[in-house]
Ligand binder design. Structure first.
Ligand code: HEC
Ligand code: HEC
Length: 309
C-alpha cells in the first residue's frame, strides 16, 4: 500500500460521510416540506359555524359579575389580567401561544353576540378559521347569561392598542399535531351542531357544581382523574385526581382541605401549588356557593385511578 493511498483513505471516508449526510439532510428536507404542507392544509381549514345568538348584558352589576367570571373561568390567565393579549406560552419548537387583545381596542371591538359564541363555544373566528388551543371544549356549555356578562365586562375595559400577533405552531408541534398528539385546532374536536343547554340555577348544588367544574376539565380531564395535561411541557406536574378514588383520588380529603387547595394553593401534603400550573389565585374569587357546589359535585364523580383523564 503506497503513501498516497494512506492519505486518500480518510478523504474517501469523508466523501462517503458527506454523501450520506447529504442524503440524510435531503430526506429530512423532503419530510419537513411534507409535514409543513400537510399541517398547513389542515390548519387552513374553514369551519362553517353560525354560532348561537347572544344578548350582550348591560349594567354595572352584569359587568362586575362578568369580570369575576372572566377571572375564575380562565380568560384572563391566557389573555392577560387587562385582557389586552400577550404571549402566554413560549414552547418552541412545539408552539407559541399569543391570546388576542379582547379589549375594545382589538379586533373584537365590533363583534356581534354570534361572533362571541362562535369564538368561545366553537373556537371559530368570523372568517371560519380555527382558534388554536383555547379550551373551547370546556366552554361549550358556558351559558348565555355568563358569556353575555363576560363580553359586557370586556367591552367596558379601557381600549388597548396592544397586538400580541398570531400564535405559531412550530416544527415539532406540527409533527405532534399531525400524529394526533397535540389538540392545536380545537374546532376539529367539537360537535358544532350540539345544542347548548341553559345552565342550572346558581346555588350550592351538585348540578351547578357540574356546570362550574367544566372549567377544571381542561387540566383535570373529562373524567376528573388528572394526569399529564395535554400540550404542556413534560416537566409540568400532573393534574391531581379529583375523583373519590381511595388510592389516588380525594376520597379522604375534607372540604376544608379542598377549600385550601383551590383558594390558597395549599395541597393536602402541605406543598404549595404553583399558580403557573393551576390558577388558584383566580379560583380564590369563586363565590362560597360555587366552591360548595364544586365540592358537592366532585363527591358524586365516578372513582377512577389517577391519570385516566
Ligand atoms: C388556555 C388559554 C386560553 C384561555 C383560557 C382563553 N383563551 Fe381565548 N384565545 C387563546 C388563544 C391562544 C387564542 C388565539 C390567538 C391567535 O393566535 O390569534 C384565543 C382567541 C380568542 C378569541 C378570538 C379573538 C380574535 O382576535 O380572533 C376570543 C374572542 C377569545 N379568545 C375569547 C376568550 C374568552 C372570552 C375566554 C374565557 C371564557 C378565553 N378566550 C379563554 C387562548 C385562551
Ligand atoms: C391550568 C390547569 C388547571 C386547572 C384549570 C385546574 N387545575 Fe387543579 N391542579 C392542577 C395541577 C397541575 C395540580 C397539581 C399541582 C401540584 O401537584 O403541584 C392541581 C391540583 C389540584 C388540587 C390539589 C389536590 C391536592 O393534592 O391536595 C385540587 C383540589 C384541584 N387541583 C382542584 C381543581 C378544581 C376544583 C379546578 C376547577 C375549578 C381546578 N383544579 C382547575 C391544574 C389545574
Amino acid at each position: 500500500m503506497g503513501a498516497s493511498d494512506e492519505a486518500a483513505r480518510p478523504r474517501r471516508w469523508l466523501r462517503l460521510l458527506g454523501r450520506g449526510l447529504g442524503v440524510f439532510l435531503g430526506v429530512l428536507l423532503v419530510l419537513g416540506v411534507a409535514v409543513y404542507a400537510a399541517s398547513a392544509r389542515r390548519l387552513g381549514r374553514r369551519f362553517e359555524v353560525q354560532g348561537e345568538a347572544l344578548e350582550i348584558a348591560t349594567g354595572a352589576e352584569a359587568i362586575a359579575r362578568g369580570g369575576r367570571l372572566a377571572r375564575t373561568r380562565g380568560c384572563t390567565d391566557c389573555h392577560g389580567q387587562t385582557a389586552a393579549g400577550q404571549t402566554f406560552l413560549r414552547a418552541m419548537p412545539v408552539m407559541e401561544l399569543r391570546p388576542s387583545n379582547l379589549t375594545p381596542g382589538g379586533r373584537t371591538a365590533r363583534w356581534a353576540g354570534r361572533d362571541w359564541t362562535r369564538a368561545v363555544r366553537h373556537c371559530v373566528r368570523p372568517d371560519g378559521s380555527g382558534i388554536p388551543f383555547m379550551p373551547c371544549l370546556d366552554y361549550r356549555g358556558l351559558d348565555d347569561r355568563d358569556l353575555g356578562e363576560i363580553v359586557a365586562w370586556l367591552r367596558s375595559l379601557p381600549p388597548s392598542a396592544n397586538d400580541p400577533g398570531a400564535s405559531v405552531l412550530g416544527p415539532l408541534g406540527r409533527v405532534l399535531f399531525l400524529k394526533g398528539d397535540l389538540p392545536y385546532l380545537v374546532a376539529e374536536q367539537i360537535d358544532h351542531s350540539a345544542p347548548v343547554a341553559p345552565a342550572p340555577p346558581v346555588g350550592p348544588t351538585v348540578a351547578y357544581g357540574r356546570y362550574v367544574a367544566a372549567g377544571c376539565t381542561g387540566c383535570h380531564g373529562q373524567g376528573f382523574s388528572g394526569g399529564h395535561i395535554p400540550g404542556t411541557p413534560p416537566d409540568w406536574p400532573n393534574a391531581a385526581n379529583l375523583t373519590p378514588d381511595p388510592a389516588t383520588g380525594i376520597a379522604a380529603m375534607t372540604e376544608a382541605q379542598f377549600e385550601a387547595a383551590i383558594t390558597q394553593g395549599r395541597k393536602r401534603d402541605g406543598g404549595a401549588i404553583n399558580p403557573a400550573y393551576m390558577p388558584w389565585q383566580q379560583f380564590a374569587l369563586l363565590t362560597a356557593d360555587e366552591r360548595r357546589a364544586l365540592w358537592l359535585f366532585l363527591r358524586t364523580v365516578a372513582p377512577r385511578p389517577a391519570g385516566q383523564r
